[in-house]
Design a protein around this ligand. Structure first.
Ligand SMILES: Cc1cc2nc3c(=O)[nH]c(=O)nc-3n(C[C@H](O)[C@H](O)[C@H](O)COP(=O)(O)OP(=O)(O)OC[C@H]3O[C@@H](n4cnc5c(N)ncnc54)[C@H](O)[C@@H]3O)c2cc1C
Length: 481
């Protein structure tokens, strides 16, 4: 006997879960959502909420297919591009307003629309946009809109109720979920289908080490611990994109369980590794691709010489503004970075020194190495040419005015991409490529994106496959109880 019954049961109440719920309700189904945390919103609420348009769908599909290294089937990519272009109309249809997204002050020159302009099909990628609202960040604005529509549709949500197991009936498929509710387990019957929208594994270090090759600090929803991978894996789902994470660099202070995102207001900065050397085009590398730059291992000592790395800047940059983003989501509830970085210098989070030698001493790097790196970099600023890392001349701003500053940079993760593989109808596939009957998924749990993530693709995908999954699950024939 089930404790709850619905046509469609959705596991996880973030962007994908909300979109799936609304689509299923609009298709005439009764919907119940299970959410692990007391509030929901997931990573969607903490996100930048940025999406894209794809003015040339064919070229855009070529581009995304190439970025995914051929791991994502063409029809899945095409469904994403086609429906992604409908996201703005969908948002507007719900009463939302949309606004363009600019690239910000760090890039005082026009950036190409595509993050990777030299990759096949880049001409098909269009401008970025987000939902406008009263919130301090676009993710919150999007979430306010989605959660309002879910409330208006009177969709039942069981909060603090993590799904623990999928129920399968032989010859029928997935017919329900067992979830924890308080100190007991409840059985939730799904007459038409179950949709997994429970996010990635940003807060499961063991999964990071196994699948991503190193651990990351989360800057997102602590409820995302890979549950959907275990739920679907237990009943034979295939997995894909498990080695992919949209990662970035950030600061981890013992005061907080989560990391704080590094964000520079101005181009006068470099990163150095533990040998005091630069290793990338700091402002010009796609922020989500930091996994590709920090994963270097010393093959003799097995040490990770770029974990941590160090951010180095000078007084001119310090005075330009906060070197961290704390104005969104959870972080803004507990900490507001000072505009001139002064509080953080006094706290010792930012190391300050009158000389490069003293700065190097404080961060335990050989001072001659750090001095050499800075001298070379400052010469490149004069020449307007960075031969090794190809940093744009616009961003080659010297570091020369004492005091000098350093901060420890740690690998952080926005979101992971791996999870159960799905097809263009949002059905979860088994290891032989067959749909598992009545099981759907959407969002970053088993995302179509692989390692080369261009940004502004995960929120779009959550809404796109949420809608597809909701509509298709609602269209399943009802299991007669
Ligand atoms: C700081 C930041 C900025 C970002 N900016 C952007 C951006 O601008 N553009 C973009 O495209 N992407 C961005 N992303 C990524 C994007 O936010 C996410 O990939 C996307 O929102 C995922 O949506 P989702 O619905 O799949 O997952 P989520 O929104 O994370 O929702 C998953 C939900 O499932 C719940 N859950 C987990 N386990 C269970 C369980 N067992 N039972 C029930 N519920 C469960 C979670 O608590 C959570 O509420 C950003 C991410 C971060 C962290």
């Amino acid at each position: 006997m089930a404790d709850h019954e619905s046509d469609v049961v959705i596991v996880g109440y973030g962007g994908a879960g909300a979109a799936a719920a609304l689509a299923a309700v609009y298709a005439g189904a009764k919907v119940l959502i299970l959410e692990k945390t007391p509030e929901g919103g997931g990573n969607t609420k903490y996100s930048g909420g940025v999406m894209r348009t794809y003015p040339d769908p064919n070229k855009a599909a070529d581009h995304i297919e190439t970025l995914c290294d051929g791991t994502t089937e063409r029809d899945v990519v095409e469904a994403f591009v086609r429906e992604g272009n409908r996201n703005s109309e969908w948002v507007k249809g719900m009463g939302g307003e949309i606004i363009p997204v600019s690239t910000g002050p760090r890039f005082p020159y026009a950036l190409p629309l595509a993050t990777f302009p030299s990759i096949r099909g880049a001409e098909g990628i269009g401008p970025r946009w987000r939902v406008k609202g009263a919130g301090e960040a676009a993710g919150i604005d999007l979430w306010v809109l989605l959660s309002r529509k879910v409330a208006e549709a009177k969709i039942k949500i069981l909060y603090s109720s993590p799904a623990k197991k999928l129920l399968v009936e032989k010859g029928v498929g997935v017919t329900g979920v067992v979830a924890a509710s308080g100190d007991k387990d409840v059985k939730v019957r799904a007459k038409r289908g179950v949709i997994l929208t429970c996010g990635g594994f940003e807060y499961d270090t063991c999964m990071h080490l196994n699948y991503l090759g190193q651990s990351y600090y989360g800057i997102c929803n602590p409820g995302n611990t890979g549950d959907g991978i275990r739920l679907a894996g237990e009943i034979g789902a295939d997995l894909w994109h498990m080695n992919a994470a949209a990662s970035t660099l950030g600061y981890k202070f013992p005061e907080f369980e989560f990391a704080i995102r590094h964000s520079m207001p101005y181009a006068g900065f470099i990163y150095v590794d533990q040998t005091g050397k630069r290793f990338m085009d700091e402002p010009g590398t796609e922020t989500h691709m930091s996994w590709a730059t920090i994963s270097r291992i010393d093959t003799k000592t097995l040490e990770r010489i770029r974990v941590p790395s160090y951010l180095i800047f000078d007084e001119d940059t310090r005075m330009r503004g906060a070197v961290a983003t704390t104005n969104r989501g959870k972080v803004s509830d507990v900490y507001q970075w000072s505009e001139d970085n002064g509080v953080e210098i006094r706290k010792g989070w930012i190391k300050a020194a009158e000389s490069i030698a003293d700065l190097a001493y404080q961060i335990k790097i050989r001072s001659d190495c750090l001095q050499r790196t800075l001298s070379e970099y400052n010469l490149q600023c004069v020449a307007g040419y960075d031969p090794e890392h190809g940093r744009s001349p616009h961003t080659l701003v010297p570091i020369g005015r004492a005091p000098y500053y350093a901060m420890e940079l740690q690998p952080c993760v926005f979101n992971t991409q791996g999870g159960p593989k799905r097809n263009s109808r949002a059905q979860v596939l088994d290891v032989w490529g067959n749909p598992i009957p009545r099981l759907y998924s959407a969002g970053e749990l088993g995302s179509l994106w692989n390692r080369n993530y261009p940004g502004a693709g995960n929120v779009s995908e959550a809404l796109v496959f949420g809608r597809i999954a909701g509509k298709n699950a609602a269209g399943e024939q009802s299991v007669i109880a």
